[in-house]
Design a protein. Structure first.
Length: 270
């Protein structure tokens, strides 16, 4: 059976989107997701997205990382789905309900309220998540935020100087983070601008990470380093992040469709 897919990206963070709202799709397993995500023998992506019907929202979105593991949230993928839907809508994810609003300036996403308690990140034991008393070589004094998925953020003088390809996997798999963690290294450029690189759990360093931009912005705002409305510059482009007076995070940025195609599900073991 051949299944259609849509290849999309948000600032270079790329996705395979399989729309299962109207037609049945194979049961998605970690093995199948990883096979499709493989850039040499599959279609290739950072994350694989499966859409389906939802009793709670306009659409359900399941998210599988490059390694096949299912995760709770992906901000860039949420914008891509918003672009695909083309109208204001609600999206049901493992990280909670999100709302999208496509517009002339890109797709705006209401990412909900950030969570800061140690067991909400989650961490393995009680720790002050505002100023965490931990260090990984030169990376120290991070903050932790859950924005639907777990993030740890290190504020450094020059994020481009950090060996993220080496330190990222070490921190991701540290026992302090029982569900692993996304690792952000950020440099405050001004009260309204942040430079950011992200090591995504199960993926590696990506050109952009929407939830990482949200978590980093909120972490900076919480420490008084920036205003509550900032631009986050990632290797793939820029996102506008605001933490509203009501306590909710809004993210606005572009998303694009690259191409459409189909694949033989039997060839990937489905």
């Amino acid at each position: 059976m051949r299944l259609p897919f849509i290849k999309m990206h948000g600032l270079g963070n790329d996705f395979i989107v399989i729309d299962g709202r109207a037609a049945a799709v194979p049961v998605m397993t970690a093995r199948l997701a990883a096979a499709l995500a493989d850039r040499h023998t599959g279609i290739g992506c950072d994350q694989l997205i499966v859409l389906g019907p939802s009793d709670l929202a306009d659409v359900q979105m399941r998210i599988f990382n490059h390694d096949g593991g299912e995760v709770e949230a992906c901000g860039n993928a949420t914008r891509a789905v918003g672009l695909l839907l083309g109208v204001p809508a609600t999206i049901d994810t493992l990280g909670g309900l999100l709302s999208v609003d496509p517009g002339a300036d890109g797709v705006a996403v209401d990412m909900g309220e950030p969570r800061f308690e140690w067991d909400q990140i989650p961490l393995a034991y009680p720790v002050d998540t505002h100023h965490m008393p931990v260090a990984f070589e030169t990376l120290e004094n991070p903050t932790a935020v859950n924005v639907g998925n777990p993030h740890v953020i290190f504020f450094v003088p020059d994020c481009d100087a950090i060996e993220l390809d080496r330190l990222g996997p070490v921190i991701e798999h540290d026992p302090l983070f029982p569900e692993r963690v996304n690792v952000n290294v950020a440099t405050i450029k001004s009260r309204s601008r942040i430079r950011l690189r992200v090591w995504e759990r199960g993926v590696g360093e990506t050109l952009a990470c929407g939830t990482g931009a949200c978590a980093t912005a909120v972490g900076a705002m919480r420490r008084g380093l920036t205003e509550r409305d900032v631009t986050v510059a990632l290797p793939g482009g820029e996102l506008a992040i605001a933490w509203t007076a009501a306590g909710r995070i809004t993210m606005t940025g572009p998303a694009s469709e690259s191409f459409r195609g189909s694949f033989d599900s039997a060839a990937f073991g489905a």
